[in-house]
Write a new protein. Structure first.
Length: 140
């Protein structure tokens, strides 16, 4: 008789332990799946539910993005590219500076036509008016 009573008591305590877990369920605000109310991250969509964790993750992401757009040491200078385009542009000086060797050779081959000088003049204006981050991304 004690085995039946003890098994009934243990079954009753197991039900009490399960009830709070099932009662504390919410829907994820991002994917609308059923998750635990104590969850810090949705197991279905992976979104962070905890506000402080979300802010920390966003801060890390924004610092990574900012680091990706910083010009690297030894990057090309757009003022130097502008000056070379205007002074030696007909010979492709700015192209060699920007590591566009093939284009620089083309400028040298056709320098006698003055077409590379005209193009270099326009490219110099483009270089000096270009945003620093974009210049570093393209030529850096």
């Amino acid at each position: 008789m004690t085995d039946i009573t003890s098994s009934a008591v243990s079954a009753e305590t197991n039900e009490k332990q399960i009830e709070p877990e099932t009662a504390a369920r919410i829907n994820c605000p991002f994917c609308d799946e059923d998750i635990s109310a104590r969850a810090k991250k949705c197991r279905h969509c992976g979104e962070t539910l905890d506000v402080s964790m979300r802010k920390a993750e966003e801060a890390v992401r924004s610092s990574e993005r900012a680091a990706a757009y910083r010009p690297q040491a030894g990057s090309k200078n757009k003022v130097a590219a502008f000056a070379l385009a205007w002074i030696l542009g007909g010979f492709g000086g700015h192209k060699f500076y920007l590591d566009r060797i093939g284009q620089g050779i083309l400028y040298l081959v056709f320098c006698w036509t003055f077409i590379p000088a005209i193009i270099a003049f326009i490219e110099g204006i483009i270089y000096i008016t270009m945003d620093d981050e974009r210049f570093a991304e393209k030529y850096g």
